[in-house]
Write a protein that binds this ligand. Structure first.
Ligand SMILES: *[C@@H]1O[C@H](CO)[C@@H](O)[C@H](O)[C@H]1NC(C)=O
Ligand SMILES: *[C@@H]1O[C@H](CO)[C@@H](O)[C@H](O)[C@H]1NC(C)=O
Length: 252
């Protein structure tokens, strides 16, 4: 490689490495990753998962010994006349039997209403009712098209994996909760959540392609930083004669 082609490679590497940071500011990418989110109320959670559908994220901290699970379920791109829900289903993967947390914004007062509801059957009324486990510190927030439910729930101790589900639907006149859509992503919003690792096993692996892109990006970055950058630095600092790589290159 000549000095100038090396310079080109270094510049390309630089652009490649910097590109995500340059474009991120102007895209939703930052918003679409749970680990880059910080809550206005200063709450911190140890783990988070980007849920595969419905623009949703689950942030949580779990203590296995006590069963105390602090969660924030966050749904972006929702309008103020929507309700959101997140729940755990101890008995099955579906909706029936789920223990849910619901939230919506009161259309008159603008105050968030957050409550619990145990779901029986497949056309639930979503009425307020107690869950089979304790729920502490329930609160909600709606800001800039983002609705969040905060809660601390106490699961039976030693649970490590749960079925969870999430949903959104429209708020009807008089703040009645309308039925959620019965198609597409609204029927895929359930997964298995590993409370210890923070890994989510989605019913549909929607993030696989993105993961591959990230892996390739990471690999190319590593190659750029690990190999080309030092060569570039050497090339810039010393004449081509003192750079052993360039000698073999020129001799070939
Ligand atoms: C919404 O807020 C108004 C005013 O505080 C209250 O009268 C009304 O009952 C609330 N609606 C619901 C559905 O909670
Ligand atoms: C929780 O699980 C661990 C490991 O399986 C076990 O050693 C411990 O006794 C269990 N604790 C309770 C309270 O069941």
């Amino acid at each position: 490689m000549s000095l100038s082609s090396r310079t080109v490679v270094v510049v390309l590497c630089f652009l490649f490495v910097l590109a995500p940071y340059l474009t991120r500011a102007t895209t939703d990418e930052l918003q679409a990753r749970c680990d880059s989110h910080s809550f206005n109320n200063g709450k911190h959670f140890r783990s988070c998962v980007d849920l595969p559908v419905l623009d949703s994220f689950l942030h949580f901290s779990y203590v296995r010994e006590t069963g105390v699970l602090e969660v924030a379920y966050r749904h972006i791109n929702v309008d103020s006349s929507s309700w959101i829900a997140w729940g755990i289903n101890p008995t099955s993967k579906g909706m029936s039997g789920a223990k849910t947390l619901l939230a919506y914004r009161n259309s008159t007062s603008g105050v968030m209403r957050v409550y619990t509801s145990s779901i029986k059957g497949y056309s639930p009324t979503l009425q307020e009712g107690p869950l089979s486990f304790r729920v502490l510190q329930l609160s909600g927030e709606y800001l800039n098209g983002e609705m969040t439910i905060f809660a601390t729930i106490v699961l039976p101790s030693n649970i490590t994996v749960v079925n969870h589900l999430w949903q959104d639907g429209p708020l009807k006149e008089g703040d009645r909760l309308g039925m959620h859509a019965m198609s597409g992503d609204h029927l895929k919003s359930t997964a298995t959540l590993d409370l210890l690792s923070g890994q989510v096993t989605a019913s549909k692996a929607a993030n696989d392609n993105m993961l591959l892109v990230k892996k390739i990006h990471g690999l190319v970055n590593a190659v750029c930083w690990g190999i080309f950058m030092p060569i570039g630095v050497i090339a810039a600092r010393f004449s081509t004669d003192t750079c052993p790589q360039s000698k073999t290159g020129q001799g070939a």
